[in-house]
Ligand binder design. Structure first.
Ligand code: CAA
Length: 283
C-alpha cells in the first residue's frame, strides 16, 4: 500500500516535529489539535524550523513554500478520513489512547494504518479497541523528531507483516532508520535509557555528585551528546516518569521505579525545558 496522505494527532513538541518531518519529505500532512491556540503554537514551531533550515541553506525558499502547502492544521478528526496512515502523538495516558483509537477507527478509511508514537505503553491494547488490529503498530520517534535518525517499529501479536513492511518503507522515506521491537514496555531504547536516567537521579538524591558534574562526566567520559540531566530536562521529567511507570507496571523491576525526587519535581510542575525549570533553569 502506498502512503500519500498522513494524519498526525497532536501538535505538541513531538507531534509538530513528526508533522514537520512528514511534510518536508513530500507527504500531504494533516495535524490535529484540541484547540486553536495549541494548533497555532505547533504550526508556528514548524514554520520556525523551516525558516531556520532555509537560513542554513538546507531548504530553498521554494521548498519552504511547498512544505507549507503540504501541511494543514485542523480541529476536526473527520479530516483524517482519507489518510493512508495516522500517527497518534497524544498524551502518554492509556485511558486517553483507548478513547482515541476507536474514534480514529471510526473516521479513517478501512485501509488506513493507525500507528502510535507511544514510548512505552501497550500498543496491542490500542489495536484491540479497533476493528483493524492487523493495521495497528507502534512507530516511535525520538526528540527532536526531525533530527534523530532512529524510529522504533513496534509489532504487536496482531499486526500483519504487510503493515510492518509498509511502515518500514514509510520510515525509510522519512530518512529514518527503523528497528523492529516486540510490544513489550519500553521497547528497545527506553528499556535501556530509563534505568540510566533514573540511576543518575538517585546519584543526586544520595549526594554522590552534582547534576553538572554527572553531565560533564557522561559527555566527556562516554562521548554522549548530552549528559543525563540535560537530556531529562530536554525529554521532559513528566514524560520520563510516565515511561518509567509504564515499564515498572509491566515488570515490577525496581530499576524502573521513579525515584522520589523525580515524582516531587513532576508534582511541582518542574517538567524541564518546556516549563522553564527542571534540573536546570531556562529563560
Ligand atoms: N528541524 C530541522 N533541523 C533541526 C531542528 C528541527 N526542528 N532542530 C534542530 N535541527 C538541526 C539544527 O539546525 C542543527 O543542524 P546543523 O548541525 O546542520 O547546524 C542540528 O539539528 C543540531 O542542532 P543544534 O546545533 O541546535 O544542537 P546540537 O548540535 O547540540 O544537537 C541534539 C542537538 C541533536 C539534540 C543533540 O544534543 C543530541 O543528539 N542530544 C541527544 C538527544 C536524544 O538522546 N534524544 C532522544 C531522547 S529519548 C526520546 O526522545 C524517546 C523517549 O521516549 C523519551
Amino acid at each position: 500500500m502506498a502512503i500519500r496522505k498522513v494524519g498526525v494527532v497532536g501538535c505538541g513538541l513531538m507531534g509538530s516535529g513528526i508533522a514537520q518531518t512528514c511534510a518536508q519529505n513530500g507527504y500531504d500532512t494533516v495535524v490535529l489539535e484540541v484547540n486553536q491556540p495549541l494548533l497555532d503554537k505547533g504550526i508556528t514551531r514548524i514554520h520556525g524550523a523551516w525558516v531556520m533550515m532555509a537560513g542554513k541553506g538546507k531548504l530553498t525558499s521554494g521548498q519552504v513554500d511547498e512544505n507549507h502547502t503540504r501541511l494543514h492544521g485542523t480541529l476536526a478528526m473527520e479530516d483524517f478520513a482519507d489518510c493512508d496512515l495516522v500517527i497518534e502523538v497524544a498524551i502518554e495516558n492509556m485511558e486517553a489512547k483507548l478513547k482515541l483509537f476507536p474514534a480514529l477507527d471510526h473516521v479513517v478509511k478501512p485501509a488506513g494504518l493507525l500507528v502510535s508514537n507511544t514510548s512505552s505503553l501497550n500498543v496491542t491494547q490500542m489495536g484491540a479497541v479497533t476493528k483493524r488490529p492487523d493495521k495497528v503498530c507502534g512507530l516511535h520517534f525520538f526528540n527532536p523528531a526531525p533530527v534523530m535518525k532512529l524510529v522504533e517499529i513496534v509489532k504487536t501479536i496482531s499486526t500483519s507483516d504487510e503493515t510492518i513492511t509498509t511502515v518500514r518503507q514509510f520510515a525509510t522515506s522519512l530518512d529514518k532508520t527503523p528497528v523492529l521491537s516486540k510490544d513489550t514496555a519500553g521497547f528497545i531504547v527506553n528499556f535501556l535509557l530509563i534505568p540510566y536516567l533514573l540511576a543518575a537521579i538517585r546519584m543526586v538524591e544520595n549526594g554522590m555528585a552534582t547534576c553538572e558534574d554527572i553531565d560533564t562526566a557522561m559527555k566527556l567520559g562516554c562521548g554522549y551528546p548530552m549528559g543525563p540531566f540535560t537530556l531529562l530536562d530536554y525529554v521532559g521529567l513528566d514524560t520520563t516518569m510516565w515511561a518509567a511507570e509504564a515499564i515498572y507496571n509491566e515488570y515490577k523491576d525496581p530499576l524502573y521505579a521513579p525515584p522520589p525526587l523525580l515524582r516531587r519535581m513532576v508534582i511541582s510542575g518542574m517538567y524541564g525545558k518546556k516549563s522553564g525549570k527542571g534540573f536546570y533553569h531556562y529563560q
